[in-house]
Write a protein that binds this ligand. Sequence first.
Ligand SMILES: [Zn+2]
Length: 82
Amino acid sequence: MKIRSRKFDGRCAKHKRYNPAVDGPGAVKGACARCTLLYEIWEASLRLNQLIRRFDPNHDDLQKPAQKLPAVDPRQMSLIGD
Ligand SMILES: [Zn+2]
């Protein structure tokens, strides 16, 4: 079985600042359906991670930090240095 971990970048058009991971279900304004759905997706992803970990405690589902490319190419620096 293969489950792909995906980055889901969903956002409510009305409440762009709503972040279910930080704000929780209590911060959903006026029972907004989109925000509620975002929270449910977040909750389901946590549950999925829990289930996978229960099945295999050694499973590494933590996201590794993306490698950032250096802003300045070191080779360009050497041109200036010389
Ligand atoms: Zn909303």
